[in-house]
Write a protein that binds this ligand. Structure first.
Ligand code: ADP
Length: 269
């Protein structure tokens, strides 16, 4: 009996020590992650200043403040400006992710999700009409209970998802956004009949900088950061994101993708 008590004590002691070591390692890992995010924010910030300056100089030239320029030069400079805009957008995305990871900055206000989606669609209207996309938004909710969340972050998440659908769908493509009630929450489904996502990439596309294998040679520009931000934002709101490809609109040459987001309506965090 004494032997058993002695052994049990010994095991409990060992387990306690192991647990302590684990806690210490986790603390060290967290501290290392914080340092890493701070470093990334610092470097990325440094890169942003000269890029923003280049962008402004291009604006000065394009607005003819330095004298008239011919159409050929204008066309090249416009392309340069659009690439520099993309780079600045990418930097802003990296800064947002780092901030989110570092400071866990999030507010929980009343969010009108239907209005956010309508405004994002409006902001994409130039691309929608130039590609002659048929985009349909259906609000099928039984009630309009407001969500609790961070309107800026939720707008960022849905803007990435709707922007991607518009980007990766072809000319005359089809995009649908359906908002509906689910038990204890709402669901948003964003569905397109674009290039789709190969099965082997489906479980990786939410990782930082990951772009699917069918994108790389297709000429679509992007950073591969959008979906990683989307996942973080939605999970921080207590929701989740799923992806399916082919989508319900898919055909053999245009498999399409479907992103399904669910968000709780009750107060969280
Ligand atoms: P990107 O800047 O490359 O669009 P994202 O993080 O937003 O980065 O998306 C990651 C990858 O997921 C994309 O590069 C693309 O391969 C794939 N993807 C995302 N949305 C779609 C979509 N609607 N249709 C097809 N592929 C998509």
């Amino acid at each position: 009996m004494i032997m058993i008590v002695f052994l049990a004590n010994n095991i409990a002691n060992q387990l306690y020590k192991m647990e302590q070591r684990l806690v210490e390692s986790l603390d060290k890992l967290h501290a290392a992650e914080v340092e890493k995010q701070k470093y990334i924010m610092g470097v990325v910030h440094e890169i942003k200043s000269p890029l923003t300056a280049v962008h402004s100089y291009l604006d000065v030239v394009l607005e003819d403040f330095l004298g008239p320029i011919n159409d050929k030069i204008r066309e090249r400079l416009m392309r340069t400006r659009s690439r520099s805009e993309e780079a600045i957008q990418m930097i802003n995305d990296v800064l947002k992710i780092s901030k989110l990871r570092l400071l866990d900055e999030i507010s929980f206000d009343e969010v009108k999700i239907g209005e956010i989606i309508t405004s994002i669609i409006r902001k994409n209207s130039a691309a929608i009409s130039s590609k002659q996309i048929s985009l349909k938004f259906e609000d099928r909710r039984d009630d309009r209970l407001p969500l609790k969340g961070d309107p800026v972050l939720l707008e960022l998440a849905f803007s990435n998802l709707i922007g991607n659908a518009v980007k990766y769908v072809g000319h005359n493509g089809k995009v649908s956004v359906i908002l509906e009630t689910i038990p204890k929450g709402v669901q948003v489904e964003i569905c397109d009949n674009g290039i789709g996502i190969p099965p082997k990439d489906l479980d990786k596309i939410f990782k930082d900088f990951y772009r699917a294998s069918n994108i790389k040679q297709s000429g679509y520009e992007g950073s591969g950061l959008g979906l990683s931000i989307v996942k973080q934002i939605i999970e921080r709101h207590g929701g989740n994101v799923k992806v399916e490809s082919p989508s319900k609109f898919g055909s053999e040459d245009k498999p399409g993708s479907s992103f399904i987001i669910s968000l709780p309506v009750e107060e969280i965090a």
